[in-house]
Design a protein around this ligand. Structure first.
Ligand SMILES: NC(=O)c1ccc[n+]([C@@H]2O[C@H](COP(=O)([O-])OP(=O)(O)OC[C@H]3O[C@@H](n4cnc5c(N)ncnc54)[C@H](O)[C@@H]3O)[C@@H](O)[C@H]2O)c1
Length: 275
């Protein structure tokens, strides 16, 4: 079940903004533990090194290629794909995980922040697909096996975030990611490539302590975390492993009939709260 032996995965944002487990880091490590060869990309070489250290400690260094790469630089992404092919020969799974939120509505948000949000959350996935889809399509022509793409969205595209905080650029770009995924899925449905989106809810990743506390101007991180736990119908935030397991399922052969759809991983949050 969910065995990735013989498969090669390309995971973007495979580091984490702080100590602990971000969604891309957990996904990269989970796929390697399940037998995949994994290319992990991150803008932050130090964050990527932390993932490398974990895989080395677990005896999985031979399953891993770390590639420092800015997912907004098309030529760099193209080089990363070439490096992955040179080392592992194919790409079966693409996880477009790079993303993050900035607060603001159309008036309070500077235009450059709006553009940065679209780039970080949407263009990063576009460039991942742009350079990996031809590889998967060639594999399909040669062997009948294409690949699976999983994008990481957010419930921020479906409901107000905690405390009614507005992040218009994040909401728009993550909603766009769902539309992008569905459209790409249909474009490649006959080339053996599936495209789906995992939509995490309020997850307890290092991002909460490192970014949200600052963004919200909160001094009491523990109070913010307690509030985030309480806002989830299950009573607690999920973590990066909950996202990673959903990604692994959608990327696996067991999900062979699932494409152009979304898997919400939010402890019931969107059902309980409407925008
Ligand atoms: N943490 C949550 O509560 C939550 C909720 C919903 C959705 N998400 C989504 O999950 C994804 C990952 O979130 P996380 O909490 O693990 O974040 P994170 O910031 O810990 O990890 C993301 C990684 O991406 C890297 N990165 C940023 N810009 C990059 C670029 N241009 N090129 C390459 N790498 C880049 C960062 O260096 C970082 O290591 C994001 O798309 C985020 O929007 C997170």
């Amino acid at each position: 079940m969910l065995d990735f032996t013989g498969k090669v995965a390309f995971v973007t944002g495979a580091g984490s903004v702080g100590e602990g487990w971000g969604n891309g880091k957990a996904t990269a490590v989970l796929l390697a533990r399940r037998g995949a060869m994994v290319c992990g990309l991150d803008l932050d070489a130090g964050a990527l090194q932390a993932t490398t250290d974990i895989l080395q400690q677990e005896g999985l260094a031979q399953n891993w290629l770390a590639i420092p790469c800015d997912m907004l630089d098309s030529a760099a992404v193209e080089r990363a794909v070439a490096a992955c092919l040179a080392r592992f020969g194919r790409i079966d799974v693409l996880v477009n995980n790079v993303g993050g939120s900035a607060p603001g509505d159309p008036v309070s948000m500077p235009e450059e922040v709006w553009q940065q949000q679209l780039d970080l959350n949407l263009t990063s996935a576009f460039l991942g697909c742009k350079h990996v889809l031809p590889v998967m399509a060639r594999q399909f022509d040669d062997t009948g096996k294409g690949g699976a793409i999983v994008n990481i969205g957010s419930v921020g595209s479906m409901t107000f975030q905690l405390g009614g905080r507005v992040s218009a650029g994040y909401a728009a770009s993550k909603a766009g990611l769902v539309a992008f995924g569905r459209s790409t899925a249909i474009a490649y449905v006959q080339r053996g490539i599936r495209v789906n989106t995992v939509i995490p809810g309020s997850m307890h990743t290092p991002l909460v302590e490192h970014r949200l506390v600052k963004q919200l101007g909160t001094v009491d991180a523990a109070a913010l975390i307690a509030k985030r736990h309480a806002a989830v119908p299950m009573g607690f935030m999920g973590d990066a492993w909950d996202v990673a397991h959903a990604v692994a399922f959608l990327a696996s052969d067991e999900a062979r009939y699932i494409t152009a759809t979304q898997l919400v991983v939010d402890g019931g949050m969107t059902a309980a709260r409407t925008a």
